[in-house]
Design a protein around this ligand. Structure first.
Ligand code: MG
Length: 257
């Protein structure tokens, strides 16, 4: 069994420190997971805390999600921040420019996932730009069947790989990942030259942890399970507490001089 760890104090210090660039996953990191993707809700005060934290770091705060950018915008409205969506396939920089990576054809995977979901009503298929997610949270007994079907479907699609997340199997382009998305932000103003901190909870976030830690930054794993991140928080609630505390922390304002 994994030892309980809570590096909230260390994270608070990192988030408050001048020269930080903050990168955050959304589901299972900022918000608690729900039984369906539409069911998540932001706790009061989180959007305000993100706005304050973005301001104190000169706008160097971005969301790095598996959701499309438009969904993240809708969740955070009226706040608008830089976002990478669909694990890096979509990206909107601090200058507002929206870029989309070239993606291999994923339609055969979509067809197979939809055929399976037609047979089992507990399964939920999400179609995204260049990716397909099959959620089995409402039918966990179907995990093996879903894995078998999605593995076979992906094997027939060059350039597509299968990610096994929390109660979800996602076929996505092999060439784009969250590490690449964070690296692209780090080439741009206002992120460039800062120390990246990335918090995430799932398998898709491991590429982000690997990138930020090799770039001299810090990965923060939220929740249990093996991870390359060297800091860990018990839950999204612990991350929210650190964000709220960092947003009002008196020390470390870094952009007024
Ligand atoms: Mg997540």
């Amino acid at each position: 069994m994994e030892a309980f760890m809570d590096d909230g104090a260390a994270l608070l210090q990192l988030l408050s420190a001048p020269g930080t660039a903050v990168f955050l996953d959304f589901d299972g990191t900022l918000v608690d997971l729900a039984s369906t993707p539409d069911g998540v809700r932001l706790e009061p005060g989180v959007v305000e805390a993100l706005a304050l934290l973005a301001e104190r770091h000169g706008g160097a705060l971005a969301l790095i999600s598996g959701r499309p950018v438009a969904q993240i915008d809708a969740m955070l409205a009226p706040l608008v921040v830089p976002v990478a969506g669909v694990h890096g396939v979509e990206r909107r920089g601090a200058d507002g420019r929206f870029t989309v990576a070239a993606t291999p054809d994923v339609s055969p995977v979509l067809a197979r996932a939809q055929a399976l979901a037609a047979l089992y009503p507990g399964l939920l298929v999400e179609q995204k730009r260049g990716a397909v997610a099959l959620h089995y949270r409402l039918a966990p007994q179907l995990e093996q069947l879903c894995l078998q079907e999605m593995t076979a479907a992906v094997q027939a699609c060059p350039g597509i790989l299968l990610l096994h997340g929390k109660m979800v199997l996602e076929a996505k382009p092999a060439a784009t990942d969250k590490g690449g998305a964070i690296a692209a932000f780090m080439q741009e103003t206002p992120f460039a030259g800062r120390r990246p901190v990335f918090a995430g909870d799932d398998t898709t976030d491991e590429a982000g942890f690997a990138y930020v830690q090799q770039a001299g930054g810090q990965g923060v794993k939220v929740g249990s399970g093996p991870s390359a991140a060297t800091l860990r928080l018990a839950s999204p609630g612990a991350l929210r507490a650190a964000l709220l505390a960092a947003s009002v922390s008196p020390e470390g304002a870094d952009d007024d001089n």
